[in-house]
Every structure is written in C-alpha cells, then in structure tokens.
Design a protein around this ligand. Structure first.
Ligand code: FBP
Length: 262
C-alpha cells in the first residue's frame, strides 16, 4: 500500500476530485448556463456529497470559502494556473506555495504540467520544488498531466496519455489526472504505464448522463482510480443525481446503467 491510500482524499483506494478552477482556466463563460454557480459556495455545497473526496480550487477561492466548509469538505489547493487569455505556448503560473497551501488547510496540492510544451523544462523544475515541499508537509500531490503544445497535434492519443501518466509517476506524483484516451483498452495501458500510482480521468465538457457515466465505468474497469470532474457535475441541474451515480460506479463497482437506475 502506498501512503496516499491513508490520505483523506482517497476512499476505498479511489478518488473523486470536484474541480472548480474554471473561472481562472476558462473564465466565467463556463458558468453562463448555470449563473448561480458563479457563487463558489454553491460548488462547496456540492462537494459535501460523500462521493467527493476533495474539492480542487485556486488559493483565492480556498481562502474565501473553505473556512465555512472545513468540517465537511477536503481541500486540494491548485498551485498553478493560467487564464484562457494567455496566447503563448502552454504554461501555468505558480501562484501559491506548498507552505501557504498547508497554512490554509490543504489536504492535498495540485499542479498542471504541460509535457511537450516549450515550457516543459521550467514547469518540471517547478514541480520538483512543489513535490519536495509537499513531501515535507505530508501532502499528496495530484498532477494535471496534460501534454500540450506546438509539437502535439492530438492530446488524447493513446500513446500520449500513457506518456502523460508515466511522466507523472517518474516525477513523483501520487495521482495523475489525464484525459480519456478514447477506449478502455487505451486507458488500461495508461494505468499500467503508471505502476502503482493512481490515475484518474479528467471530466471534460458536459455530456449526457449515460455517456459520461459509461466512460467513468470504462475507466474503473480499466483499473483507473476515479475522476477529477468539474463541468460534468456542477453544470448539471441536479449535481446530486450524477454524484449518487458516480458513487456507485467509482466505489461500488456498479455499471453506468445500474448506477443511473436505467
Ligand atoms: P472538467 O471536468 O470541467 O473538464 O474540469 C477538469 C479540469 O482539469 C479543470 O481542473 C480545469 O479547469 C479544466 O479541466 C481544464 O480544461 P482544459 O482541458 O480546457 O484546459
């Protein structure tokens, strides 16, 4: 067993991270269809669901809202991020230290690495400092492992996703968050490439209930450890219904059909 299994962000070996850093990464446009979700407190409420093992937010949101939820929600502080207005080669500004994340109550930290970007070398050097500081504070490290940049035409190609999960393992992450490579077989290879490290799927833009849950089921059957999801939960009218289903799939081994009661 790896130490991460004892962490509060893991339930029965699996993970379900509710991500809400979209206001920075994509802009308020992601909340247009659900304007009430512009209030971060509404997403913290959703994160109190038992399916969710932690909420992933930037430090400004953590500072403002986590104090009201610290008894009911585990906190992952995302340490870097970039706005959608940045037009350069993929990069992500380190905007929070591990020390500060620990001070405001983080249970885990998150870091985006754009492998393949012209900025990969600097990002990997920053990751080294983050990783070593996180070990000192006993905080699990989740890597948003997103190959992206000039040289990459298809960032969800199976070989690219396996490379993404392997990079996360080699650089010391405890969990890698990767895009779905299109099939359970490709996902199984990405999981195998990561040894005993945990691999979770990145949610992506909103799809219908059955399509989304079937993909999560495929991830679990492929040996993956769950999900880091944003829009597919909080852009829904009834986030609780999808979280009930995800709980059955991720921790109960249910099929998508059974979990959705279809
Ligand atoms: P989603 O489930 O909504 O895709 O959220 C996961 C996430 O990684 C967020 O943490 C982040 O803001 C966003 O996706 C990044 O998306 P993109 O792939 O467009 O960079």
């Amino acid at each position: 067993m790896r130490p991460i299994d004892d962490s509060s962000i893991v339930r029965d070996g699996n993970v379900c991270i509710l991500a809400m850093d979209h206001g920075l990464e994509h802009g308020p446009v992601d909340f247009e269809a659900v304007p009430e979700k512009l209030d971060p407190a509404t997403v913290f409420e959703t994160a109190t669901h038992d399916a969710v093992t932690c909420i992933a937010v930037q430090k400004g949101i953590a500072e403002g809202y986590y104090p009201s939820y610290e008894d009911d929600v585990n906190l992952l502080v995302k340490l870097n991020g970039t706005s959608n207005m940045w037009m350069g080669e993929p990069d992500s500004a380190l905007n929070c230290s591990v020390e500060y994340a620990a001070e405001i109550g983080a249970d885990a930290v998150g870091f985006t690495l754009y492998g393949g970007s012209n900025n990969e070398v600097e990002m990997a050097e920053e990751f080294r400092e983050v990783h070593e500081a996180a070990r000192e504070h006993d905080l699990p490290v989740v890597m948003w492992s997103y190959p992206r940049g000039q040289g990459l035409k298809n960032d969800t190609k199976p070989s690219t996703i396996s490379y993404a999960s392997r990079m996360a393992l080699e650089l010391g992450a405890d969990v890698a968050k990767v895009k779905y490579p299109g099939s359970a077989e490709a996902m199984a290879h990405a999981v195998k490439s990561a040894g005993e490290m945990k691999v979770v799927m990145s949610g992506g833009s909103k799809t219908d209930d059955l399509e989304f849950c079937s993909t999560v089921e495929a991830v679990i059957r492929a040996g993956g450890n769950g999900l880091a999801v944003g829009r597919n939960v909080w852009q829904r009218e009834d986030p609780e219904r999808i979280l009930d289903a995800l709980e059955g799939i991720i921790y109960g081994g249910q099929t998508a059909d059974a979990a959705l009661g279809e």
